[in-house]
Design a protein around this ligand. Structure first.
Ligand code: OAD
Length: 226
């Protein structure tokens, strides 16, 4: 079975009603990264940071996977599909994808602020005073700016082993995630689906300038019939 690695960003969840970060009215237009998404912010004002992610989590509970998430599940009929997502939502899992690696963490989990191995399911709001089993404050299970990306090596392996790469809905601005494409096999074709793609087409990179719900369905139909 041929292997496909799908790299997804906020754009794939946009049509579910989850805000992207850098589009007009995106999250980073209304919030300062340094106030809500860094370890320093959590030390300085933990309540503000917890509240920001509580809002994100509550919003996530009210949305559903869209046609793009679902089409990627169909791809598993013919291919071994591994999704590497920058998204902290759980829409790929809820759609039914069987292999999802979260590079930037997961909104539906929390972890100890002292021991990153102590990870818990977190479906409700998280507050100051909510403690792990060793009595340390819990924090969102999110990779903040300035923190290491522990899943990077696993992600590199999935890209390196893939016969086909699909990139969906990312501005390719955030490293190391944006550099993953450099680890692909030289001859592996890349399909980049985004209404405003930020990379150039080449012999191996095909740009599909469409919204995820349309572009992914068309590409999946093509790959299933090829
Ligand atoms: P961005 O907000 O930077 O980029 C969103 C991309 O989605 C843009 O290229 C849009 O053109 C595209 N887009 C918008 N609507 C779309 C649609 N309907 N279908 C397909 N694409 C669409 O989001 P990311 O690239 O995911 O990290 O951001 C990367 C990281 O930066 C995030 O994981 C987050 C953020 O800071 C952390 O918080 C650690």
């Amino acid at each position: 079975m041929k292997k496909i690695c799908v790299l997804t960003g906020a754009g794939i969840s946009a049509e579910s009603g989850v805000k992207t970060f850098r589009d007009e009215d995106g999250l980073w237009e209304n919030h300062e990264i340094t106030e809500v998404a860094t370890p320093e912010a959590f030390l300085r004002n933990p309540e503000l940071v917890l509240d920001f992610y509580n809002q994100r989590r509550r919003q996530l509970m009210g949305v559903k996977p869209n046609a793009a998430h679902t089409a990627l599940v169909d791809l598993e009929k013919k291919y071994e599909v591994h999704i590497v997502t920058q998204n902290v939502d759980d829409l790929h899992e809820r759609a039914g994808s069987s292999s999802v690696l979260h590079l930037h963490g997961e909104l539906t989990k929390s972890r100890s602020s002292k021991n990153d191995q102590l990870i818990y399911d977190q479906k409700e709001d998280l507050y100051l005073g909510d403690l792990c089993e060793k009595n340390s404050q819990l924090r969102p299970h999110i990779v903040w700016f300035g923190e290491a990306v522990p899943e990077m090596e696993n992600a590199i392996s999935l890209v390196f082993e893939a016969d086909i790469i699909i990139i969906i809905g990312t501005s390719m601005q955030v490293y190391p995630a944006a550099g993953l494409i450099d680890f692909k096999k030289d001859n592996a074709p890349v399909y980049f689906i985004d209404p405003k793609p930020t990379i150039q087409s080449t012999d191996t990179i095909e740009l599909i300038s469409e919204k995820a719900s349309q572009g992914v369905q068309k590409l999946v139909d093509k790959l299933l019939s090829s």
